[in-house]
Design a protein around this ligand. Structure first.
Ligand code: ATP
Ligand code: MG
Length: 262
């Protein structure tokens, strides 16, 4: 049985895109509030598809996705909109609007959906910029004037302000960032998970970055869960799918563990 505090739960989820073979088969895992999972796996193994199912963009063929203990399969499109408000999503490229300022990007959903004055929106934007440790003076800058790491933090600020999320989903959040910027983004993700009690999923190919923040790791191999557990168990695993995944990282693993915040 699921624990009451599980924010995310996949139960025996099988999924195929239209006319295709199954992309996910019998996938189950759960994530309590305040914990993070890194989802790893080869390109095409089905990681981003899991995020799409969590957002309710697609429905499983069989099995069920639970958000905050609620099965989302039977949800109406309208109710799904409410469920999605519990989730913040940060896409790989940051996906900022090039033609809008930092402030307009961060406040975008407030301006669109909430009945607030410009001053109220600006005040909330300034508050959330502090949370992601960006200077307030950046509010009038254009995204192209910011570094990659700053852009990623603006994207996180936007997700936070849009939803006050209980769940954060990050798809490749540190890809393309220099080590210093990556560390700042990782630290922020970790703080949000702990301080706001958010259930966090990070999809990444950057295994060494994943080490810095993950409570536990999930390895997806050809659409099935090959591993779900702690770093210690991951390192000790004799499952061939795990050992071949870890092989390229063995040498640097011990050194990099010093970067862990958890
Ligand atoms: N919209 C779609 N329609 C049909 N097939 C898709 C669609 N999106 C993804 N797929 C297929 O589903 C499988 C899993 O894709 P997914 O994007 O989940 O992989 P991934 O693990 O995120 O890969 P990567 O690490 O490259 O981002 C792949 O075989 C892909 O070709
Ligand atoms: Mg992907």
């Amino acid at each position: 049985m699921a624990q009451a505090q599980d924010m995310i739960r996949l139960q025996d989820v099988t999924f195929a895109y239209e006319y295709g073979d199954p992309v996910l088969e019998g996938v189950s895992f759960c994530i309590p509030e305040g914990e993070s999972r890194v989802i790893m796996g080869q390109s095409g193994s089905g990681k981003s598809t899991i995020l799409k199912l969590l957002l309710g963009l697609y429905k499983p063929i069989s099995g069920e996705v639970y958000i905050d203990d609620e099965p989302i399969g039977p949800c109406s499109e309208q109710h799904l909109g409410d469920v999605r408000k519990k989730m913040g999503m940060v896409f790989q490229d940051g996906a900022l609007f090039d033609s809008l300022t930092v402030g307009e990007n961060v406040g975008f959903y407030l301006i669109e959906h909430e009945n607030l004055t410009i001053e109220e929106v600006e005040e909330r934007v300034r508050q959330v910029l502090k949370v992601v440790r960006l200077e307030e003076s950046l509010i009038d800058k254009m995204p192209e004037e910011l570094s990659g790491g700053m852009q990623r933090r603006v994207a996180i600020a936007r997700a936070l302000l849009a939803t006050a999320p209980k769940i954060m989903l990050y798809d490749e959040p540190t890809t393309g960032l220099d080590p210093e910027s990556a560390t700042q983004v990782l630290r922020l993700m970790h703080q949000l998970t702990r301080e706001r009690n958010i259930a966090t999923i990070v999809v990444t190919h950057q295994f060494l970055d994943a080490l810095a923040i993950a409570d536990k790791f999930i390895l997806i191999d050809k659409g099935v869960v090959a591993f779900d557990g702690s770093l210690a168990d991951l390192k000790d695993s004799e499952d061939k799918r795990v050992t071949s995944f870890l092989e390229p990282f063995r040498a640097s693993l011990r050194l990099m563990e010093e970067r862990r915040f958890v």
